[in-house]
Structure formats: C-alpha cells, structure tokens
Write a protein that binds this ligand. Structure first.
Ligand code: ATP
Ligand code: MG
Length: 563
C-alpha cells in the first residue's frame, strides 16, 4: 500500500461490522476485500469511492484488497477498458501487489460448481425463450410460474449442459437456471439464470467458451475463491444478497464471504452511469472518455484533479446506507484545498490589453524576484520582467468605473503584482471606438509593490511583459450539465440538459516565461484566475492549459444570490 495513505479517520458502519467479526474471531482474524469492476467502460468518480473504501479497509486492518475484473460479458468488454482501469487504480495511489485477478480465470471452476448444482438437483437447463422467462417470472404482486423444464432429470440436465458448453445450441436457445423458488417474494430468487449461451470471442479466453456465467453467480463464487471476507458493494445489490448466500450455501467446499452494501456516490451536475457516459462519447457531445468535463477518472485527471484531492473527498463524504447526492462544489473544494498547497503561483493573462508605460525606458528590463508561493518558501522563486510594454487583463480596466472598482481606470492607480504602482493616463481607441491600449506611468518608488509615502492603492492586478510573454491556449471548463440532476425528468433526454457553455477556448492568452517548458499534467495557480493544468495536447510550440477550477466556487455565489 502506498505509504502516503494514512489510516481512515472517518470510521463507518462497515468498520463496525468488521470490528465485531474480528472480536468473535471470524475469518481467522483476516480482512480481505476486493474492487471488482466490469471492464465495459472507463471508471468514474463513483468508482473512486468504492476503490478508496475497499483499499482503505484493507490498509486500515492490515489486510489485502484484490483488483478483480468481472469479465463475464464479452460483448461489452474490451482490453482498452481493462488497461485504463489498471492505470486509474494505480494513479489513485493503491496497490493490489500480485493480486490482479479476472473472473475469467475461474471459468472452469464456475463450470464445475454448476455441474455440482445440477447433481444436487439445484439447477436445470431451461428451453423457455427470454420473453417466456420474463412472463413466467411474475412480478411484485404475482408469484412466478414454474418452467415446464424444471423437473428434468439430473442425467438430462448434465447432458444438455455439456452440450451447451460444446457449442451445439444457438445463443438464447437454452439457459442453466438455479432451482430455488418461483413464488419467492424476492424476484431474484425465482429460478435465476446461472449460465447463458453467447457465441462470442472473449478478450482472455478467446473462443474456448460459448457459455458465460451470470453476474450473481460468478461474483459470489469469485469472492469465495479469493477468500474475500467482506464483499462490499452498492445498495442495488441488497436484494441480490439472498441469492449470493444461496449459491455459496450450496457449494459447501467454499468459504462464505459477507456481502455488505453501501450507498453509491451521486454528484450534482453530472451523470455517473457508464452507459450514459458512453452515449455522450459515442454521440460526440464530449471529446472522448478523457474529456476534462467528464466525471471519469481519466477526464478529471486531465482536468487537473489530483489523487490526493479525490481520496480526501471520498474520506470526507463518508460511507452510509442512505442514498444521497453530493454537491459538485464539494469535490471542487477538495481539489482547491490540495492545489492550494502544491501548485506554484504564476501570472497569466487570458484576455490581454496592452499597456504602455510611457515613463519607463524603452530597452530597459527590470528583473524582479517573485516567490512561487506566499506560504511555502521551499517552492522558491523566479524572475519576472518589468518592461515598458505589458499586458493586463481586459477585465481589470474600466473606462467608466463605479466607485468600488479598485482596479485600473482613467486617472486611477493600481499595483502590479510584484511590480510597481501604475496610473492610467490615457485610453487609446481605434476608429471603431474599441480600446486598443492604455498609456500609463509607473511610480519608480514603488518597486516590488511597496508604497513609501503610504498612500492608498487598493487593487493589485496580474500582468505579463509583452516582450517576455509566451502565447498559450487556455480551455475554460464549466459544469457539463446545467441542472443538478440531468436524469431527474423521465420525459426529457438527459443530453438536453448539457451546458452549452461548458467549454470555452481562449486562443490568445499569454503566460509568464517561467512556465514555458511546463509538461502535460503540470499544475499551476494563475494568480487571481484559478488553477490550471497543462493538457496532454500541449507542446513547447503550443502551450495548452485546462482550467481545473476557479479560485472560488462561482456557482455557490450564484445560488446564494438567488436564495
Ligand atoms: P455504472 O452503474 O456506473 O455503470 P457499475 O456498478 O456497473 O457502474 P462496476 O464496474 O460493476 O460498475 O462497478 C465496480 C464497483 O464499483 C462495484 O462494486 C460498484 O458497486 C462500484 N460502484 C459503481 N458505481 C459507484 C458509485 N457511483 N459509487 C460507489 N461505488 C460505485
Ligand atoms: Mg455493473
């Protein structure tokens, strides 16, 4: 386990269960968990909650956590997803050591256990079609009806099951079902499927198999085969627990892990289902799985979120059995908290306005020392260059400024961060009446921002030297959806709630030269603007930054104003 991880300070109900188990000496005092993704898409921030929980428990109890691919559904699963999941879990800071498993490793064992269920008259081959099975299953108010194939002999079942494996039947022609109770109030117990026929190539087993086990069967048996003690999953599996237990009760030679359910993570302004995310990718409404607006781990990584921030977030939101939705702003706040500590603060101008310092010598360069972080001298400092031509932010100037505008306005003074105090003397416009540049004077007595005569200069703005600035593209990201719950209205397609302003590209930004060599994933605070991360597409010829988060939660302010 990565040594930067500290034991959870936020214990939860699962810890209480484990503590009790340890007290009574269950499982020989061992704690073993697993993270069992199905490789049918990219992981998202919801999965991070499960990863942190499972690996966190293993860490805190000195136990183990396996990474296991639940690869039992070859139609939808791909190697690309497997590779990405491995990369994501590592990136989050977790280590499964040599315990990387695949449900497909157990295909032969699954088969043998299914044979033993048949021999115990606990499973049968059924010829009903999928539609008939649905019809026979009944619903919450009506009990199910027994299949006419339910009482096949053991011999016939064994023969048919072997022939299913042998490839004699077409997809959907037969299934193997558990023989439990068609009138059970729990629909999961009404003779659920164990094996189905799928003539489909598997990424790991190739064409060796044409029958594949169902999730409910494969999952509990995999847990047991790996000696998992606590099988932690999300609440939608609560009604499947009796089936989990039923299978393991029939297979006496296997240990019996305890399934424990917790509430999944939901976040506002996004969707978390892999199916919905795939839809966004396939319809090209986002630029791929790692679009920085996506809640996928590859997306938020590209956006600039850090593993430490995500782990801290998962720790803080806690683990309960209550369904709830966490504010996206809360996740972003955790990201700010981490980036505030670890990023250098530099200056960049996103929408430049040229400023000529009329009383500063034309060829002079004044090198000023600027610390990278006000509270962390360890980060060191860099040189910034004051010259007679600078860029400031267009928003930092107003021709007709209201009283409380403490930035630059005609006749008004402002402090340039780490530079001098300047005063705006003249506004230059083009024929269309647009402001093209400002003529200002600087006060040579105010080097480094000190004002010896003590006069009041309220504002401080950021800037770069025209001669030294480096061009960059900056991508401003905002919430992907413009409503808190895009899935909240059944009559409206969630894609209709996409925020059309979620990406704005600014191509003519200017950054200070100290970050000219910045490499993908490097992170900075651009003073007064927010946190930014170098994009994967960035090169030394063309720098590209993604805005990770603004310095403050803009959306919170909006809702406060409204409220
Ligand atoms: P999705 O519903 O997003 O498609 P899934 O549950 O089908 O996800 P799996 O690959 O089966 O995805 O999930 C692996 C593990 O991650 C499971 O144990 C699952 O319960 C957990 N998990 C998935 N989504 C969340 C979530 N939003 N919050 C917490 N845990 C989650
Ligand atoms: Mg699933």
């Amino acid at each position: 386990m990565n040594d930067t991880l500290s034991p959870s300070s936020h214990k939860n109900f699962i810890y209480n269960i484990i503590d009790e188990d340890l007290k009574i000496g269950k499982n020989g005092g061992k704690v073993a968990t697993r993270f069992p993704p199905e490789p049918n898409g990219y992981l998202h921030i919801g999965h991070a909650k499960s990863i942190c929980l499972n690996f966190g428990i293993a860490h805190d109890y000195n136990g183990t956590c396996n990474l296991r691919f639940d690869d039992t559904n070859p139609e939808k699963e791909e190697q690309e997803y497997i590779d990405s999941i491995i990369e994501n879990v590592k990136w989050l800071g977790f280590d499964w050591e040599e315990r990387l498993y695949h449900a497909s490793d157990y295909f032969e064992k699954f088969f043998q256990f299914a044979v033993s269920l048949i021999k115990q008259e606990k499973a049968y081959v059924c010829d009903l079609t999928a539609d008939q099975i649905r019809e026979y299953r009944g619903n919450f108010t009506t009990p199910g009806k027994e299949s006419p194939y339910r009482n096949r002999s053991v011999e016939e079942n064994l023969d048919l099951f072997n022939r299913m494996r042998g490839g004699e039947f077409k997809d959907g022609e037969k299934i193997l079902r558990a023989k439990i109770d068609m009138s059970s109030p729990n629909i999961n117990m009404r003779d659920p499927a164990i094996y189905r026929i799928r003539h489909e190539e598997h990424p790991r087993t190739g064409d060796k198999w044409c029958i594949y086990p169902m999730y409910d069967y494969a999952h509990c048996v995999s847990d047991a085969l790996e000696n998992i003690t606590h099988s932690v999953c999300t609440l939608e599996f609560e009604d499947h627990r009796p089936l989990y237990d039923w299978f393991l009760d029939q297979i006496e030679e296997l240990p019996h892990p305890q399934q424990i359910e917790f509430a999944r993570l939901n976040l506002t302004y996004t969707v978390m289902s892999k199916r919905k995310l795939l839809e966004l990718v396939e319809t090209k409404l986002v630029n791929g799985w790692d679009d920085p607006r996506m809640p996928t781990l590859v997306g938020i990584r590209r956006r600039g979120f850090t593993p430490a921030a995500i782990r801290n977030f998962c720790e803080k939101i806690g683990v309960t059995k209550q369904e709830s939705t966490v504010e996206m702003g809360y996740l972003e706040e955790c990201v700010r908290e981490d980036l505030n500590l670890i990023t250098k603060r530099v200056m960049a101008v996103l929408k430049p306005l040229r400023v000529v310092i009329t009383n500063f010598p034309k060829d002079k360069i004044d090198e000023l020392d600027a610390p990278y972080h006000p509270n962390d001298p360890q980060m060191g400092s860099r040189k910034i260059f004051f010259t007679n031509e600078l860029y400031i932010e267009q928003d930092d100037f107003m021709e007709e400024a209201p009283k409380k505008f403490f930035r630059l306005a005609p006749g008004q003074e402002v402090r340039l961060r780490y530079g001098y105090v300047i005063r705006c003397e003249q506004v230059i416009k083009n024929l269309a009446g647009e402001i093209t540049e400002l003529h200002c004077t600087y006060d040579p007595e105010t080097r480094g921002g000190n004002i010896p005569d003590g006069r009041k200069v309220k504002g401080t703005i950021h800037w770069v030297s025209v001669k030294h600035a480096v061009k960059a593209e900056v991508r401003l990201y905002d919430r992907l959806f413009n409503v808190e719950n895009p899935l909240g209205n059944k009559d409206i397609d969630f894609k209709d709630y996409l925020n059309s302003e979620s990406l704005k590209v600014l191509e003519d930004c200017l950054v200070e030269p100290s970050i000219m060599e910045a490499k993908p994933e490097e992170k900075f605070q651009f003073e007064r603007l927010g946190y930014f991360c170098v994009d994967y597409d960035s090169t030394s010829q063309k720098l590209i930054f993604n805005r990770t988060v603004t310095l403050k939660d803009g959306w919170a302010k909006i809702s406060l104003k409204r409220g």
